[in-house]
Design a protein around this ligand. Sequence first.
Ligand code: MN
Ligand code: MN
Length: 471
Amino acid sequence: MSEIEKKEKTEAAMLKEKLAAKKPSGALSLDKETISLADEFCEGYKTFMKTSKVEREAVRTTEKMALERGFVKYEQGRQYQPGDKVYVVNRGKNIGLAVIGKNGTKNGVRLVIAHIDSPRLDLKPNPLYEASDLALFKTHYYGGIKKYQWTAIPLALHGRIVRLDGECVDVCLGEEPDEPCFVVSDLLPHLDREQASKPMGKAIEGENLNVLIGSRPFNSDKESEQVKLNILNILFEKYGIIESDFLSAELDLVPAFQPRDIGFDRSLVGAYGHDDKVCAYPGVIAALEAEAPESTCITFLCDKEEIGSEGNTGMQSSFLNSFIEDLAEADGMAFRHVMAKSTCLSADVNAAYDPTFASAFEERNSSYLNGGVIITKYTGAGGKYDTSDASAEYMGKIRRMLEDNGILWQTGELGKVDGGGGGTIAKFVANHNVDVVDLGVPVLSMHAPFEVVSKVDVYMAYRAFAAFFKS
Ligand code: MN
Ligand code: MN
């Protein structure tokens, strides 16, 4: 600043410049090169999304990427050297990628943890029935959905069936344009007077999320439920399964949409399941690219976050801890001492400010599309219930890391204080005496069948995870 410019500024303007927080400049502050790097990064993200709609598929896609980059399956008890790249898989639904650091686990590990399950419609154990000459599946929704959003959209069937003979059959049907898909019907507006008078949460009830799967009878024999029989026959011919095999199956109906650019300027990506694959993918790439870091770095993709991180593939399970314990033992360290020195980024999304629903947000403490990666100090609900509120010290550390690396970032809360709430895996990691904070990508229409993110924010999440692994 020249002397003349300085004189032209008022005393108040100069003091303001010195003391007041600067309004984040968002994508305005980015040069063309960074924006094109973000666009390029999201091409890879869209490819990942096409083959990763449910957790088993996300694990398979990630394992393939890891093998291509020289990762090998971890062997418990083996001594690893700095720079070695290993991975672990839990029940086909979790994958952990670890790059052994120069100091191994002695100064703790760096953890990036994202979840790869997303809200969807699961099949009930006895799903198949016939009504009025139509064949349908009964479903049980998984995670937080607005039920009306799941009617009248194309759905694809993903998952696994285990037959009585022990054979596993993987299913993925409805994604290709020439494959059949499925749909939940809705009432026509001409006849919806009763439905339209109900509150939105009651207009479509869980028990009405029945999926249309066929309508033709098997033949003209005088047998009952011929349409259902025809579907059973098709399923037997295609997958070798009988009706009771649904009892030992995990079959999910997910939106049959493909990831697509949004907007004339192609600045955004629309897809099913951004929450939380939009943090999983950047975390995976950061791990794949990590070269001989100081401390061992781990990207871990977990399951069951959307239903409370329960079960043996959720973050309340001991799987990841056991893996860290194995790494610690190989270094002659106790698990508890490693965890006490470890740091974690709970890589999860937050709600992006939506001008159409402005009243749900508090604009001074919201995250914005194109504002960069978002740090969420605490999640939870009401009076900060059910959250691990990150410490000032750890916030300071992460903030410094982002600034030092020129990463576009912002902070935010999940909507208005009394508006509702939500949680992430952060608190389960914090329980093990680890410093943890949520850091991820802002999402518009979160948990809808088609969610929206900004390409710049996805890229900044990757930059943040890469910088964290170098810290
Ligand atoms: Mn999430
Ligand atoms: Mn979620």
